[in-house]
Design a binder for this molecule. Structure first.
Ligand code: AMP
Length: 192
């Protein structure tokens, strides 16, 4: 299996690049943010809980997020591999994912980390907020909080994969095609 963690701060382009990677490698795309938003739209108990954190730009608690992600993975018994987008966001989530995949006799193949400077992220998210319908993309203080949460709680998760020799930093500035080219060449090298 090819299991990719697509990593990076909010606005780095994870969603956009996931769509390209899914097409090229026929992977199942799991975005925890998308799954939470689906639950909010359908007014589930999980959605209600997640919303109280998401509206402020804070992380949904690990236990809730991990259980949800594991249940999603279980739905795809025939998958060739997964793209984890927006998960893991803490070291505890990374550890739980490893333990869970081990039970399924598979592993994370690589982490691809998109790097984009903070000012560019804020600019992109404010533009996205004009038509994404996402409340957390329209308020600059919430956007800045999401970036701080990334720096303080999420960035450390990269160390977990670095220690396993799976971490790859990618310049996330450029055209969509350029960035996709960078991602594809790393996947190509890693799968040889
Ligand atoms: P995203 O769509 O990845 O930008 O995520 C939107 C929001 O969903 C985040 O700001 C968090 O509140 C929540 N969220 C998404 N993924 C996770 C995760 N792995 N752990 C905790 N909270 C998450």
């Amino acid at each position: 299996m090819l299991n990719i963690v697509l990593f990076g701060p909010p606005g780095a382009g994870k969603g956009t690049q996931s769509a390209n990677l899914v097409n090229k490698y026929q992977l199942v795309h799991l975005s925890t943010g998308d799954i939470f938003r689906f639950n909010i739209k359908n007014e589930t108990a999980l959605g209600q809980l997640a919303k109280s954190y998401m509206d402020k730009g804070n992380l949904v608690p690990d236990e809730v997020t991990i259980n949800m992600l594991e249940a999603e993975v279980e739905k795809y018994t025939d998958a060739k591999g997964f793209i984890f987008d927006g998960f893991p966001r803490t070291t505890a989530q990374a550890q739980a994912l490893d333990a869970f995949l081990e039970k399924k006799e598979t592993v994370i193949s690589l982490m691809l980390a998109l790097e984009v400077g903070e000012d560019e992220l804020v600019k992109r998210l404010l533009i996205r907020g004009q038509d994404s319908g996402r409340a957390d993309d329209t308020d600059e203080s919430i956007i800045r909080n999401r970036i701080n949460v990334y720096n303080e709680q999420t960035a450390v998760a990269a160390e977990f994969y670095n220690a396993q020799g799976k971490y790859h930093a990618i310049n996330g500035v450029g055209t969509v095609e350029e960035i996709f080219g960078r991602l594809s060449s790393i996947i190509g090298e890693a799968s040889q």
